[in-house]
Design a protein around this ligand. Structure first.
Ligand code: MTE
Length: 429
């Protein structure tokens, strides 16, 4: 992923290099992770995890949304007009984003659950911060403690690294494993919460701290016969002190269960796995930390990547989507307004070009938002299709770091980071 590194901070590049070296030299082994284990798992990462019951935590059941096509473990209704269920997850339908404004309404925001949404009581919830990267012992925060800290509001996209995965197969013919998302595993929300940096300093962050690893309170993730434990993934202390939130509100309301109630991390610009939901503890370490989510999962494996896999994925690539259903129908001989959005984890979006003839001619779309790191840009253009027949609509974005969506995405076995221009099939009648 040559382009994936552009726009990253110097500390991120150094971190990537260091973690890659450590992983390849076998240092990560011991967390139930080995190269053999990685290979064994690659074939089964899409399998749904078993849900172990945890003391004091209710788990959402499959009956939560009786009349809707349910996803096991998701609490909110999943109307087919807004969301498409994929295993334990639900994908936003792009046609349902038209006219919704900048922020994705919670009713249609995608859900990515490794297991099931836990139902947690804010009054009983505690966050424990602990580890060798603190000057003293463990420190506990209640929900009221977090609410009493200075509140920060930020608009940021949240996106799964595997967003667009199905196009590796349907558009490029590359076999990949994992949830077959189209492009709806992304949303933008207005998040409000406490700065992780404030919490870490109050907990007694020491200058020796290197890694910060939040852990969720959802059930352990079990797949392919391996229990990976609870969702957790380390990040460098520099990122934790930079722009990370411990969010308790989404779009002006307290978080709902599926999106991390009562408190989740929001790690702007990074792969969604960093934004741990239902956070219950944070380990602050004076040595590098490893978990299945930065060793087995969320690395790039395959012939185009280093033997043994890439560094753990961090910043998201550039992507675009039309606010249209697949196979949308347009009347010939009249004008239509095409709308869509583009985003990148490596900077704001500064240019979007659209082709309505399958990639022959390109023209600039009109941008409706200023380029902003961590956010997306809404755009529009007009289209006057002449004769009836099938057509392909394409949108290609360029970010402020100079990354442009390619015609073909470099494949990797688990199908992360599909950044190629999507050929959106429509019908003119
Ligand atoms: N945190 C926990 N505890 N458990 C999870 O399954 N999924 C991660 C992340 N945080 C996950 C988690 C992934 S892969 C993504 S893309 C985002 O949450 C999705 O957030 P959302 O469900 O609020 O859209």
């Amino acid at each position: 992923m040559g382009t994936a590194r552009r726009g990253s901070g110097a500390y991120e590049r150094a971190y990537d290099r260091d973690r890659l070296r450590r992983f390849l030299s076998g240092e990560a082994v011991g967390e139930g992770i080995s190269r053999r284990g990685v290979l064994r798992l690659l074939g089964v990462v899409s399998a749904s995890g078993a849900v172990a019951s945890l003391p004091g935590i209710a788990v959402a059941g499959p009956a939560a949304a009786a009349e809707e096509p349910g996803a096991p473990g998701i609490v909110k209704p999943l109307p087919a007009a807004l969301l498409t269920v994929r295993g334990t997850n639900a994908e936003t339908n792009w046609a349902a984003l038209r006219d919704t404004g900048y922020h994705t309404p919670v009713d249609r925001f995608f859900v990515r659950n490794h297991t099931a949404t836990p139902l947690l009581d804010p009054a009983r919830w505690r966050l424990t911060v602990w580890g060798g990267g603190l000057r003293g012992g463990a420190v506990e925060f209640s929900y009221a403690d977090l609410r009493a800290l200075p509140a920060v509001t930020t608009s940021a996209c949240l996106e799964c690294a595997g967003n667009g995965r199905s196009y590796f197969t349907t558009q490029q013919g590359d076999p990949v494993t994992g949830t077959p998302w189209t492009m709806g595993a992304v949303g933008a929300a207005r998040w409000r919460g406490a700065r992780l940096s404030d919490v870490l300093r109050l907990a007694g962050l020491s200058p020796r701290a290197v890694d910060v690893m939040p852990r969720g309170l959802d059930a352990a993730f079990v797949t392919g016969g391996t229990d990976h434990g609870r969702v957790r993934r380390p990040m460098p202390v520099e990122k934790a002190l930079d722009d990370v939130l411990l969010a308790y509100e989404m779009n002006g309301r307290p978080l709902v269960p599926d999106h991390g109630s009562p408190v989740r991390l929001v790690v702007p610009s990074w792969a969604g796995i960093a934004s741990v939901k239902w956070v219950g503890e944070i380990e602050v370490s004076d040595r590098p930390l490893f978990s299945p989510w930065n060793t087995v999962f969320y690395r790039l494996f395959g012939p185009a990547h280093p033997a043994g896999g890439s560094a753990p994925v961090t910043r998201q690539p550039v992507r675009s989507a039309f606010e249209l259903a697949p196979g949308a129908v347009f009347a010939a001989g009249r004008g239509h307004r095409l709308t869509g959005r583009s985003w990148s984890g490596q900077g704001g979006i500064r240019r979007v070009e659209v082709s309505t003839d399958g990639g022959g001619a390109w023209r600039p779309a009109r941008l409706h938002d200023a380029p902003r790191p961590g956010g997306w840009v809404r755009w529009s253009t007009s289209w006057h299709p002449r004769g009836p027949g099938p057509a392909h609509l394409l949108a290609r974005a360029t970010d402020t770091a100079g990354n442009t969506q390619p015609a073909r995405s470099v494949p990797n076995e688990q199908g992360y980071f599909f950044d190629a221009v999507v050929r959106h099939a429509v019908e003119v009648v």
